[in-house]
Each structure stands twice: as C-alpha cells, then as structure tokens.
Design a protein around this ligand. Structure first.
Ligand SMILES: [Zn+2]
Ligand SMILES: [Zn+2]
Ligand SMILES: [Zn+2]
Ligand SMILES: [Zn+2]
Length: 241
C-alpha cells in the first residue's frame, strides 16, 4: 500500500489526531479522571496491527480492571476480526506470564486460564502483549498497556479512539475510494464499485468468490472477513473530504 495517513478522533473532545499523537492526548484526558479517583482500577490499552503488515490500524481502549481478558478478546473480534470463530491467544514473551506457542496443547490449557482472568490480574503499565487471531491465516496485533487509572470504566470497555478509514483508492481509475478487493489478483486488486463491475468480466474468481469488501480492519481480505459488528459507521470505505 502507498504511504497513507492514519488519524483517529478523541472520544472525549472529538478532535482528530495522528496515530502517533492520540495516545498521549487521551492520557491527558484520563489524568483528569485520576485527579478524581474512586476505588476502581482500569487500563488504557493501545492496540496496533503488526508493523510488518500495514502498521496503520489502531484502537485505544479503556478497560476496567474487573473485565476479563476474554472481554478484550470479544471486543477485538467484534470490531476487527471475527470471520468464522477461529481460536485466539494473548502471549507475552518478556514476562512469560503467558505461554507462547511452543506446545499447542499446553497453549490451549494455559490460554483458557488467561482468557478467564481479570485484566487487573494480568496487566501492568508498560506491558506489551501479542495477540493472535486464527492460527492458520493469522492476524497478529500488539497491545501496549499505556496507562493505569484509578477509576472504574462504566460498561467495562470504552472505545477511546480508532483509526478513521484509510485512504485506500481504486487502483484502476485512481480517483475513487476502493470499495472491493480481489483476493486472487495482485495489482490492481482494489476497485471502486464501477471498476469492480469491469473486473468481474475479466476475472472469473472475482465473480465467483474472491471479491471482498474494503473494511477498516487489519483482517480486511483475509479468510472470510467482511467487517465488524460494532462501531460500524467507522468500518466503511474512505470518504473524501
Ligand atoms: Zn480530546
Ligand atoms: Zn475465517
Ligand atoms: Zn475505479
Ligand atoms: Zn481478480
């Protein structure tokens, strides 16, 4: 993909920030929560796709300490990942709190324990976790615990920010945002609606099975992924301003 901007809006003030700036900005808002502490404990977690993949997708979540790791898994599936109920895992190579994939059987046993744990029993400020969804066509995410806040989170998890749809353009006409991908072609493989109709006439696979919608997720075009079930208004295609 060409160089693209990645920006997200702030949950608190609705201003737009670059991917590299938004986490710090959100922490400033959250610091105000700390100045009014209650008995709760929560975490600001930054989630990014693998920088070796696209490296532009991000989520900033505010997660209550009593929420389960399983609840984060559910949230990630709902917003970015779920296609056909694949397995997933959290792992942390540095602290070895969670096993990596040395032994599949061991991983599954251990992973169940992790998934059922409260976030406050697993997470600490500064911790980095690797998350994988689907051990076949794997989508790998990186989680960083950016801040620990002495306040509870109503509802368990709040989406503080998310990258707006990336500027993925049609590779044929280069003037319209892409709406459809062809997962069997190389270049061009992103098409606006009009150019997609033409591609269907020359690409048999496209007409039959390889057309996939452009969605705002690092799992776009992978397996049978067709988009999330929450925050759908930001899951669409790029809109020119
Ligand atoms: Zn703000
Ligand atoms: Zn799948
Ligand atoms: Zn086009
Ligand atoms: Zn094709």
């Amino acid at each position: 993909m060409p160089t693209m901007n990645s920006v997200g809006k702030c949950f608190f003030c609705n201003a737009e920030f670059a991917k590299a700036e938004i986490t710090k900005h959100l922490n400033a808002h959250l610091a105000k929560e700390i100045s009014n502490p209650n008995r709760g404990l929560s975490f600001h977690i930054r989630i990014e796709d693998d920088p070796h993949y696209v490296g532009l997708y991000f989520l900033n979540l505010w997660v209550d300490g009593n929420a389960l790791m399983n609840d984060i898994d559910d949230f990630l599936r709902a917003i970015w990942l779920e296609c056909c109920g694949h397995m997933s895992s959290f792992s942390n190579q540095k602290r070895k709190k969670v096993l990596t994939m040395l032994d599949e059987e061991e991983l599954i046993t251990n992973d169940d324990e992790i998934m059922e744990s409260k976030t406050k029993d697993i997470l600490v400020k500064g911790m980095k976790l690797k998350y994988e969804y689907d051990f076949g066509s794997t989508t790998t995410l990186l989680l960083t615990v950016s801040e620990q806040i002495q306040a509870e989170v109503p509802g368990g998890i709040i989406l503080l920010s998310r990258n707006e749809p990336l500027e993925i353009m049609c590779e044929v006409c280069k003037s319209e945002p892409a709406a459809v991908l062809c997962t069997t072609c190389y270049e061009p493989n992103t098409f606006c609606k009009k150019c997609a109709k033409k591609h269907a006439k020359t690409c048999e696979d496209f007409a039959e099975y390889s057309a996939m919608p452009v969605v705002n997720s690092p799992r776009m075009g992978v397996c049978a992924y067709e988009g999330g079930t929450i925050d759908k208004k930001r899951d669409g295609i790029f809109v020119k301003k």
